[in-house]
Design a protein around this ligand. Structure first.
Ligand code: ATP
Ligand code: MG
Length: 225
């Protein structure tokens, strides 16, 4: 589903953010992406999101090289992706329901489909009863779950997250990570960049580890007893 072949990313100043990165995630697989600050985690995610292009090498999504994708095809391609960031960027003058519905409104879904999808997404994150609330009435963990509902409301095949638990305490972080894992159980391919090494060790999932732009580890932890 996601395949990197000898991918290099150099930014303007000649700085090499990714160097010779190769790995593959099959459909429905879950992996953490770890590494020190500046290791290249966000850069790797940005290549999949097509916010950046690889300098060298290939990024293939569903067997298709992103370098062959024409600019006009990018919006269509991005509909396969859901994205969760550290800060959820919810609109505070709208209800939880409206926040989750927003991507569907922008994409021109019909009102009935919007209602059905928003309720399904809120249900998946355990917030079906909170649709009418304002995001400020929710705890920070609940707000992050609204962000996740918004990221999956269009049922993407791939879910990417960049430090999604950065602002949360350990218990809430574990809850959020379990939620991501549940999406991989229903066939979504999930890649989560995180600093939270303790949590990664506890979850028994595949871990791709970057060091100064190089993939230095690709292993699976045994889940904590
Ligand atoms: N737009 C850019 N222009 C130039 N250099 C960049 C750019 N974005 C990132 N970099 C550099 O590329 C390297 C990798 O950055 P990246 O943001 O991918 O790291 P990261 O692993 O996500 O770090 P963090 O854990 O702090 O978020 C860093 O040295 C960074 O300074
Ligand atoms: Mg980053």
């Amino acid at each position: 589903m996601i395949r990197f072949e000898q991918v290099y990313k150099r930014y303007g100043g000649g700085h090499e953010a990714l160097a010779g990165v190769s790995f593959e995630l099959v459909a429905g697989e879950f992996a953490f992406l770890t590494g020190h600050s500046g290791a290249g985690k966000s850069s790797l995610l940005r290549l999949i999101l097509l916010l950046e292009r690889a300098t060298q090498g290939q990024v293939l999504i569903n067997g298709r090289s992103l370098s062959r994708l024409h600019r006009s095809q990018v919006p269509h391609y991005r509909r396969n992706l859901g994205v969760v960031l550290q800060s959820h960027h919810l609109l505070l003058d709208r209800s939880v329901y409206d926040n989750v519905a927003l991507p569907l409104l922008v994409s021109g879904y019909r009102p009935r489909a919007i209602g059905r999808r928003v309720r399904a997404a809120l249900d998946k994150v355990g917030l079906l009863e909170r649709g009418a609330d304002n995001p400020l009435q929710l705890s920070s963990g609940e707000q992050q779950r609204v962000g996740i509902a918004r990221a999956v409301v269009h049922t993407p095949r791939i879910l990417l997250a960049d430090e999604p638990t950065g602002n949360l305490d350990p218990e809430l972080s574990a809850e959020i990570m379990a939620l991501f894992s549940a999406f991989s159980d229903i066939g979504v391919t999930v890649l989560v960049a995180t600093h939270d090494v303790g949590l990664v060790g506890a979850m028994g999932k595949r871990q791709l580890c970057l060091n100064s732009g190089r993939l230095v580890g690709d292993h699976r932890h045994a889940p904590a007893a």
